[in-house]
Design a binder for this molecule. Structure first.
Ligand code: SAM
Ligand code: SF4
Length: 469
């Protein structure tokens, strides 16, 4: 059917299970000097090799772990500056033919309340999100024949068309089942940003156990899902692993091999990496007691190591994690977070007593978007809703080209300030506006082309929207 038929028929994929186990064994008790050389290589913005990543994963000396954290913070500052991009997840429907044992939406779960938004309900959800100030969404679907590529494309078109006053959604990313090449083409036509697929676990025997039925039980079909997306012309793809299903060090290695595979095959790695930890899900025993539970300390280490391993890849931290931990982990390399998330289907536009039964799992951070923004401002970050690169065609390879010294300062920082200014003018409370204006003032002190940036900010004050460099 596709060029991948051969790979789908065999156990042999680009995830060399034996090699990963050997590397993790051979690099135990790493030499301090070697670890520091690796950190230096990463600080020079080079992607690390598997043996180097395995070495960092095996660091147990507390002093060296601190050095890893420090390097991750520095690298993040160097490449991304102090911007944090904000988005919200929008669940469209939870019908599902798969039976992933950790997920509330799995087919054999009698406790979940099944619901797919009608197009009218979808418009109401989008209106509610736009009214809070959101500009970027990730739309989420179960896997079911009713969520065909045509249906997914139609929902995305509706989202882009739904405007409220000055507000609109400017980038829709997608987290849905892996598609055929033709299916991706239909979805791409609707103008999507990133297509995300999480492999959940890269460890095949574990994968087989946890995905007993449905199309998702085919490990290789999922593993090559983003190859097909790229073949279909989708430039930005997002990979991820669900931490808690198998050994976290193995999963980080899986993410690195996946990145290298995409780089080698398409000349560009993933746009983003996600690293969700399992959260309690209604009707799923395993989700309350994951077999390889990742502690907060281990979580921080894995975030820092992923940051160092793939300097130019965006990293997404979701509201699965509690606010306090999110604050800490942000510094270690995260570039995007969600704010004001609600994952009960239909729950942005109405209070719903059945919300939990319509949710895939339970969130750890329930702050509103406004609260998240206020916290970010207090910590010195620029909350950003920027979509300029996507809207100006700077995607895929171009993103890599532009992720070079100077680009962030010249483009990303001003664009982040413009979108923050829009938020402050249109949606913020007085207190948030005050904090935001203070931050903008501070940033202007050290920005390039200050006069031009100030002119653009004035245009926003005069009512113009969507201004960008
Ligand atoms: N149904 C599609 C799929 O499985 O690829 C797309 C959407 S699925 C709802 C999105 C992601 O949620 C999954 O890839 C999985 O990593 C994550 N997830 C599932 N159950 C979870 C849980 N209990 N806690 C945290 N994340 C979970
Ligand atoms: Fe369905 Fe996705 Fe949940 Fe699996 S993770 S049961 S495919 S919604």
């Amino acid at each position: 059917m596709y060029v991948f038929v051969k790979e789908l028929d065999t156990e042999k994929t680009f995830i060399p299970e034996g090699e990963i186990h050997s590397l993790l064994e051979e690099t135990k008790n790493p030499d301090k000097k070697f670890v520091r050389e690796i950190l230096q290589k990463s600080l020079e913005k080079n992607r690390l090799e598997p043996v180097e990543v395995a070495t960092l994963l095996n660091v147990e000396d507390p002093e060296l772990i601190e050095e890893i954290f420090a390097a991750a913070r520095t690298l993040k500052e160097k490449i991304y500056g102090n911007r944090i991009v904000l988005f919200a997840p929008l669940y469209i429907g939870n019908d599902c033919v798969n039976d992933c044992v950790y997920c509330g939406f799995r087919s054999s779960n009698p406790e979940v309340y099944r619901k797919t938004l009608t197009f009218d309900e979808l418009r109401k959800e989008v209106e509610a999100l736009v009214k809070r100030g959101h500009k970027r969404l990730i739309v989420v679907y179960g896997e079911h024949p009713r969520y065909s590529p045509q249906f997914i494309a139609e929902t995305i078109r509706i989202i882009y068309e739904t405007k409220v006053g000055n507000g609109e959604i400017r980038r829709v990313n997608v987290n849905a089942a892996p598609q055929t090449v033709d299916g991706y083409k239909v979805i791409k036509e609707a103008g999507i940003g990133t297509f995300q697929i999480f492999q959940e676990t890269y460890h095949q025997p574990t994968y087989k156990k946890l995905h007993p039925r449905g199309p998702k039980s085919n490990y290789a079909w999922r593993l090559y899902g983003l190859d097909r997306a790229m073949i279909a012309g989708i430039d930005d793809v997002g990979i991820g692993a669900l931490f808690g299903l198998y050994n976290w060090k193995f999963e980080v290695m899986g993410l690195i091999y996946h990145t290298i595979h995409l780089e080698e095959r398409f000349g560009v790695g993933p746009h983003t990496i996600s690293f969700p930890r399992i959260e309690p899900a209604i009707g799923s025993e395993i989700s309350y007691n994951p077999p390889y539970k990742v502690s907060d300390e281990e979580f921080k280490r894995l975030v820092a190591i992923i940051r160092l391993a793939v300097p130019y890849t965006g990293m997404i931290l979701t509201a699965r994690e509690p606010a306090e931990l999110r604050r800490e982990v942000l510094k270690l390399g995260v570039s995007q977070i969600d704010g004001g998330s609600s994952i009960g289907i239909g729950s942005y536009s109405q209070d719903d007593p059945e919300k939990v039964r319509k949710s895939q799992f339970i969130l750890g951070d329930n702050r509103s978007l406004e609260e998240v923004i206020r916290d970010l401002l207090r910590e010195g970050y620029i909350p950003s809703f920027c979509t300029a690169c996507y809207r100006m065609g700077r995607t895929g390879e171009h993103f890599m080209e532009f992720a070079i010294p100077g680009f962030v300062k010249r483009f990303c920082t001003p664009n982040a300030l413009f979108t923050l200014k829009e938020y402050l003018n249109d949606y913020a409370s007085e207190e948030t506006r005050r904090l935001g204006e203070e931050l903008i003032k501070m940033e202007l002190e050290r920005i390039e082309k200050r006069e031009l940036v100030e002119k653009y900010l004035e245009r926003i004050d005069r009512g113009e929207r969507d201004v960008r460099f």
